[in-house]
Write a protein that binds this ligand. Structure first.
Ligand code: GRG
Length: 288
């Protein structure tokens, strides 16, 4: 199976699992707003990373599915809230009108809250012996010292002079944290050693940093059709991005360096790392 076939296989597994989530107890309108964003056309990278990391360390993708789904739910919540008028005020996401444009602000906030809390419900239902350790990785990444810390800096420091240390902290929190947790959680579920899990953490950090630098570059020079959202807003709104700190050419170079570090962090897994190493290259060259 080549890389693209493997990607598609993991993506289908994640999407089939998300599609059948019962979301029991949710009023119909809330469920509809949650499913609108959750099932829209995302790359499913966080889910794919969870399943493939678990398999890389000898586990089964099946046992990692609730955690892959939880990460996609947390990601979808962050996008819904990020798009709200009080935050980035975006009207287009994944090629469709944003959640609040369709359902109104109140229901969009609730759909985000619903996805976040349901993610924990789904993980808590897992009978996996290491479920709690995997859940701890995910809580930390999504929480106040992870994604929320990055987003807080992003929102509050907007318009200030670009500064490399600050942008590094923003990127690590808002993006790298939620791309690292799928890897460490997947490895933990597979019973990987602490040393292997730390290698996965280094991979996730560098992958995440590169991913956000590429996102910053795509905002400057990407194709809005492919990206499925409005581009060019970062510069307009004085967002702290890596190209704003070092320029476009250096930013591209730095993204390449991060990908090199990400790939070499996985050498402890030998040939089993091939898929995740190709995924790192894919993230560097992505157009969406
Ligand atoms: C608590 C009010 C409140 C808000 C939370 C934490 C947060 C808001 C937002 C985090 C935000 C964020 C949008 C980070 C950027 C990360 C990023 C590059 C997202 C896009 O990821 P892709 O390209 O998206 O994987 P797809 O659509 O493919 O899943």
């Amino acid at each position: 199976m080549n890389f693209q076939e493997q990607m598609n296989g993991y993506k289908q597994q994640v999407e089939a699992y998300l599609e059948q989530l019962p979301m029991s107890g949710a009023p119909e309108q809330l469920k509809e707003a949650m499913r609108y964003s959750l099932l829209s056309n995302g790359k499913r990278l966080r889910g794919i990373l969870t399943l493939s990391s678990c398999e890389m360390a000898g586990g089964s993708a099946e046992e990692a599915l609730p955690f892959a789904a939880a990460l996609e739910m947390i990601h979808a919540y962050s996008l819904i809230h990020d798009d709200l008028p009080a935050m980035d005020n975006d009207t287009l996401r994944r090629g469709k009108p944003t959640n609040h444009v369709v359902y109104g602000e109140a229901l969009a906030i609730l759909a985000g809250d619903g996805l976040l809390t349901h993610a924990f419900e789904v993980m808590a239902q897992s009978a996996h012996p290491r479920a709690f350790d995997a859940l701890r990785e995910i809580v930390k990444a999504a929480g106040i010292g992870g994604m929320l810390a990055g987003q807080t800096l992003d929102v509050t420091m907007q318009g200030t002079e670009p500064n490399m240390d600050l942008v590094r902290d923003i990127h690590q929190g808002k993006t790298a944290a939620l791309l690292t947790a799928p890897v460490t959680a997947g490895l933990i579920l597979a019973g990987a050693s602490p040393m292997q899990t730390e290698s996965g953490r280094r991979y996730g950090y560098h992958l995440g940093m590169a991913f956000q630098i590429v996102d910053d570059l795509l905002d400057l020079e990407g194709d809005p059709e492919l990206m499925g959202k409005t581009l060019g807003k970062d510069e307009e709104e004085g967002k702290l991005t890596w190209p704003a700190c070092v320029g476009v050419e250096w930013a591209r170079q730095d993204a390449e360096d991060h990908i090199r570090h990400a790939k070499s962090a996985l050498t402890v897994f030998g040939t089993r790392a091939a898929f995740l190493q190709s995924l790192a290259d894919f993230s560097l060259h992505r157009a969406q």
